[in-house]
Design a protein around this ligand. Structure first.
Ligand SMILES: [Zn+2]
Length: 110
């Protein structure tokens, strides 16, 4: 865990958060500044700064994040209407919190 990292604090329960999903390796919760009717964040519990910092040892967590995105889209009933899964990478890519997270957005024309 990184000191002063808000997503580390959310993932370890230091900041109380409603999780839509929670397992040993990742958590899912709502973006506090939603850009779509459904806007969730899929966040690994282990601190990784961004996509740039991934190594070969992180293949499993990346795969788990994508599978969680797929499962959450179904849970939110936006799987058929369609959705986006994406990463913002570093400041120029729109990343604001420097703890790896994937966005799930959708629900526009349900
Ligand atoms: Zn962190």
């Amino acid at each position: 865990m990184m000191q002063d990292c808000i997503f580390c604090k959310i993932a370890n329960g230091e900041i109380p958060t409603d999780f839509l999903y929670n397992d040993d390796s990742l958590v899912v919760f709502k973006d506090i500044n939603p850009q779509a009717p459904v806007h969730l964040l899929i966040v690994p519990k282990r601190h990784i700064r961004s996509i740039n910092d991934l190594t070969g040892a992180d293949k499993n967590i990346v795969a788990e994040m994508i599978m969680a995105g797929k499962d959450m889209a179904k849970k939110m009933s936006i799987n058929d209407s369609g959705y986006k899964l994406f990463f913002n990478v570093e400041k120029g890519g729109g990343q604001i919190i420097f703890h790896l997270h994937m966005h799930l957005v959708g629900g526009w024309n349900k």
